[in-house]
Design a binder for this molecule. Structure first.
Ligand code: HEC
Length: 429
């Protein structure tokens, strides 16, 4: 196959986003071996919500105040305890006036919550739809949920506690998902725990394991992390069309980055937000991947604005590229970003706001010879020029886009479309 972009690859920098999260410990999230994108091993959302509100102050992943065990996962409830199961013992203690749980002075469960819990126990504590964005993933989720039931939860074993005196924090944790045979992720769903402080969430794939302990990290993560999914308030799950799935070939090292915003200085806010995946072993015909439109070649002079329009001519030799979701991305000096092809909007933000970066569903095919146009504009109030780079003070002009079929040529990498785009100043109307 001809690879017309090959000579241009020298232009693609060994891409560096930023320094940041320490590597190290491998944490393991279990993929339910039997799951096929349908079977769930999640605590049903209704139960999760009751337990979160009434029990986890003490029965958290690290139990506190003398509570003897965590009540976080379905497995925690299924575990045997005092000659019975933890869920049965929980039911007993919820109704035991002498030794009631939650223990006084905490209020008892409401009658409605107690009934929900009793019904669940009487059915033998079955798995159900996990909570996604605070609602049952099986419901339409107010637009957040996908049509599948998540079977993999990317979550840290540790709860993050937001310092009251820190307004803005980028926190990362790693989750390894071991797979023994090839699977595909078919949907990415936000799992928002604490709406008071969660500002946005990005999901990356890393080449090696990253510590599972939530720790400070730079926006955009580390060099060689690849962004796969992002959520911002108002954002939705990204669900791949039935003919495509995001490949999980071997142990996948994921990194979840949560941006916390605590401008109000709230005290004692904790969070366990993350991302849920629906995965399947019924392999779909196309692997999906992520590429970036835009440019890495621009500079915004001091005390001025810059507005560029970058055209990518899709190289010959590539298959038709089905675009399914887009995540436009700039830093704090950005004012506008848009990507279009043949008049079709492929993800645009007219008034760029660094603090609100949504991931847009798109549905469009670009073919060899088509032009994809990305426009980026910035305002530089400083007395230094600003150009492309990984630090927050540098700028970006990327529209990360999920597409299929995955381009597997060894000369290809996700930054190629941006690297071979040609930019000119946007003509003033
Ligand atoms: C304020 C802290 C606190 C809250 C809230 C709380 N627990 Fe407990 N729980 C404890 C402590 C401390 C113990 C150990 C002492 C005891 O058994 O009473 C305990 C014990 C238990 C036990 C018995 C474990 C055993 O091995 O005997 C169960 C079951 C239990 N809690 C379930 C629950 C459930 C279900 C909820 C929520 C509906 C809940 N707890 C809320 C503090 C709490």
């Amino acid at each position: 196959m001809r690879t017309p972009w090959l000579p241009l690859l020298a232009l693609v920098p060994a891409f560096a986003f930023a320094f940041a999260c320490s590597g190290g410990v491998t944490s393991v999230a279990d993929v339910d071996g039997g799951a096929d994108g349908g079977a769930s091993t999640a605590l049903p959302c209704a139960i999760d919500t009751i337990v979160e509100k009434n029990c986890r102050q003490c029965h958290g992943s690290t139990p506190t105040f003398g509570a003897p065990m965590p009540l976080v996962t379905l497995d925690d409830f299924k575990a045997s305890r005092a000659g019975t199961t933890t869920y049965q013992l929980s039911q007993t203690r919820i109704h035991d006036p002498a030794r009631r749980m939650p223990q006084p002075p905490n209020a008892p469960l409401s009658d409605a919550d107690a009934k929900t819990f009793d019904d669940w126990v009487s059915q033998g504590a079955p798995a159900g739809n996990a909570c996604v964005g605070g609602v049952d993933a099986g419901s339409d989720g107010g637009g957040i949920g996908a049509t599948c039931t998540p079977d993999v939860e990317l979550a840290s074993p540790d709860t993050w506690t937001q310092p009251a005196d820190s307004a803005d924090d980028y926190i990362c944790y790693g989750v390894d998902v071991p797979v023994t045979e090839k699977r595909q992720a078919i949907a990415f769903l936000p799992r928002i725990d604490n709406k008071e402080i969660v500002h946005h969430i990005l999901l990356f794939q890393a080449p090696k394991a990253v510590s599972s302990k939530p720790a400070s990290c730079a926006f955009g993560g580390e060099r060689d992390w690849k962004i796969i999914y992002g959520w911002a308030p108002g954002g939705q799950a990204v669900e791949l069309p039935p003919e495509a799935g995001y490949p999980m070939d071997a142990t996948a090292h994921y990194v979840v980055q949560v941006h916390y915003n605590n401008a109000r200085g709230l005290v004692g806010q904790t969070d366990r937000s993350g991302v849920s995946l629906c995965t399947t072993n019924k392999i779909r015909p196309n692997d999906a991947d992520v590429l970036a439109f835009g440019s890495m070649n621009f500079s915004v002079p001091p005390m001025s604005t810059k507005d560029i329009t970058c055209n990518l001519q899709v190289p010959s030799g590539l298959p038709d590229i089905h675009l399914v979701a887009a995540f436009p991305h700039m830093h704090e000096y950005g004012t506008t970003i848009s990507t279009t092809s043949k008049g079709v909007d492929l993800g645009s933000v007219a008034n760029w706001n660094f603090n609100n970066q949504p991931w847009f569903p798109v549905d469009h095919v670009v073919k060899a010879g088509d032009t994809v146009t990305t426009r980026c504009a910035w305002k530089n109030p400083s007395n230094q020029p600003i150009s492309f780079g990984e630090k927050t003070g540098d700028e970006m002009c990327f529209s990360f886009t999920m597409y299929y079929p995955k381009i597997t040529s060894p000369q290809w990498n996700w930054a190629v479309p941006a690297a071979i785009s040609k930019c000119t100043n946007t003509p003033t109307p």
